[in-house]
Design a protein around this ligand. Structure first.
Ligand SMILES: C[S@@+](CC[C@H](N)C(=O)[O-])C[C@H]1O[C@@H](n2cnc3c(N)ncnc32)[C@H](O)[C@@H]1O
Length: 239
């Protein structure tokens, strides 16, 4: 049995309603990240472009950003079949070629990079990489570098440590903000999020992401948006 996949489907089903409440109430600033993505795509991709999304979930953030862009093809990857079924429905409003892959992003980027015919103008991921170890993040960024076309971009949206901050400090201040401000959630919802973050979240600093990008031949890096509490960033890593 693929325990990682079973875990993810189980996680997605149990936590789906809670995550939806977080997204609908904009507690992680999905609206601002989506709008920053829309502005970036309109500015940077004025001709038809291909997009690979790693850990697309239900693709809510992406769908809003892709409306009225020149998207020609979209590939969404997620461990959760439940998430992908919802993503397929959400993506109906986007007119482009679409592929959905139910698998681990680490495996998919490796497989796609081996198939040298596959390349993308944009690879993106939002609120997923913090689930990986540093070694796994390194490997994913290396493979994404191989998968991008010349002048391609890796859009990396994720939780990010402040300068000199460690994981414990980050998690404490993130959860403190949640308990104070995420008022639409029940105390049981908050406890589930607390358990999830305390167990599975391993954010890196912006410097670490830029060092990994430099190591894997990205030539420029920009931060296009930071959330209000400085817990998440929209980073662009340019080939
Ligand atoms: C917090 S949600 C983010 C969803 C969406 N990208 C967003 O910004 O709202 C994390 C998603 O990543 C998926 N995921 C986590 N680890 C993964 C992995 N190793 N491979 C593929 N998908 C993964 C989960 O199934 C879930 O859909």
């Amino acid at each position: 049995m693929n325990t990682l996949k079973t875990q993810s489907d189980d996680y997605f089903q149990k936590n789906w309603e809670i995550y939806q409440k977080v997204v609908v109430n904009n507690y992680m600033e999905h609206r601002e990240f989506s709008s920053a993505l829309y502005n970036f795509l309109n500015d940077y991709c004025q001709t038809p472009f291909s997009l690979l999304e790693l850990g697309c979930g239900d693709a809510t953030l992406t769908v809003q950003a892709l409306l009225n862009t020149t998207i020609a093809s979209y590939t969404g990857v997620d461990l959760s079949g439940v998430a992908l079924e919802i993503a397929k429905v959400n993506m109906v409003q986007i007119q482009c070629e679409q592929t959905f892959i139910e698998d681990d992003i680490s495996k998919v980027v490796e497989k796609l990079a081996q198939n040298q015919k596959q390349s993308f103008d944009v690879v993106m991921t939002s609120f997923v990489l913090h689930h990986l170890s540093l070694a796994e993040k390194d490997k994913v960024i290396q493979q994404v570098s191989h998968l991008l076309k010349p002048n391609g971009v890796f859009v990396l949206i994720d939780t990010v440590l402040k300068k000199e901050e460690d994981r414990e400090h980050f998690i404490n201040r993130y959860l403190e903000n949640m308990y104070q401000n995420w008022n639409a959630l029940s105390s049981q919802d908050m406890l589930m999020i607390d358990n999830h973050i305390s167990t599975y979240d391993f954010p890196e600093s912006q410097t670490t992401f830029y060092e990994l990008a430099e190591k894997h031949n990205f030539v420029d890096f920009k931060c296009l948006y930071k959330d209000t509490i400085e817990s998440a960033q929209f980073l662009c890593l340019y080939k």
